[in-house]
Design a protein around this ligand. Structure first.
Ligand code: SF4
Length: 216
């Protein structure tokens, strides 16, 4: 029998499987409803997230909350996580071996939550999840089939804030993408679920467990 999300989070809190454990204040495992139908995946914790132990709590998190409000969802109705659970120093991109080490946590989260819709936030998370080199500008605003689930990529809220905020064209596109998420969820609620279960993560497996990485 699989364990609960809280039990997985408790084990992750002591994780030292990669070098990012050395500079973190705390592991930022994820936050939200353990049975959410909608899950967001970002890149990794930043300064505020590392301080508070919760993903998307800074200015980008405020924008994410606002977008959720635009589609009549509250933060505690969805689940929010990152690809890596510890803050990379100086907010650099996570390195391949760090991602390899951390991916089993993400796989376990998806296996336990079973979201019908996954929204990847930004270029990094989108390329990783969809295993593509195509950039976010071309992939956003489209529905991608992924292991029987729906992935909808959109911009990272931080990129919107750095690129002109509310006055930018990207802001409107972000809003469009969230409305697509809403309509997708609404359409799914009107028909039986056809989600295919992911294999359960082999928790505590070595970082080079390629079976899990193939899921992505
Ligand atoms: S980033 Fe992931 S794998 Fe690395 S120490 Fe943190 S929780 Fe463990």
């Amino acid at each position: 029998m699989s364990r609960t999300l809280a039990e997985a989070a408790a084990e992750a809190a002591d994780c030292t499987k990669c070098r990012l454990s050395q500079g973190r204040t705390q592991v930022v495992f994820g936050a939200g409803h353990p049975d959410a139908g909608l899950m967001f995946i970002g890149e990794g914790p930043g300064f505020h997230e590392d301080e508070q132990g919760e993903p998307f709590v800074g200015a980008a998190g405020q924008l994410l909350n606002r977008m959720l409000g635009e589609i009549d969802l509250a933060r505690d109705q969805v689940y929010i996580a990152n690809i890596v659970k510890c803050r990379p120093p100086g907010n650099r991109d996570p390195r391949p071996d760090e991602i390899d080490a951390c991916t089993p946590w993400l796989v376990e989260q998806i296996s336990l939550i079973q979201p019908q819709v996954i929204v990847t936030l930004g270029n990094f998370a989108t390329k990783f999840v969809l295993n593509t080199q195509t950039g976010i500008t071309r992939l956003r605003g489209q529905i991608h089939d992924w292991h029987g689930r729906t992935v909808i990529p959109t911009f990272h809220p931080a990129a919107i804030l750095h690129g002109g905020g509310e006055k930018s064209r990207q802001f409107q596109l972000l809003l469009d993408d969230f409305r697509m998420v809403r309509s997708t969820l609404d359409a799914m609620s009107e028909r039986p679920s056809d989600v295919v279960e992911l294999p359960e993560a082999d928790v505590g497996a070595p970082a080079d467990d390629t079976d899990q990485l193939e899921l992505f």
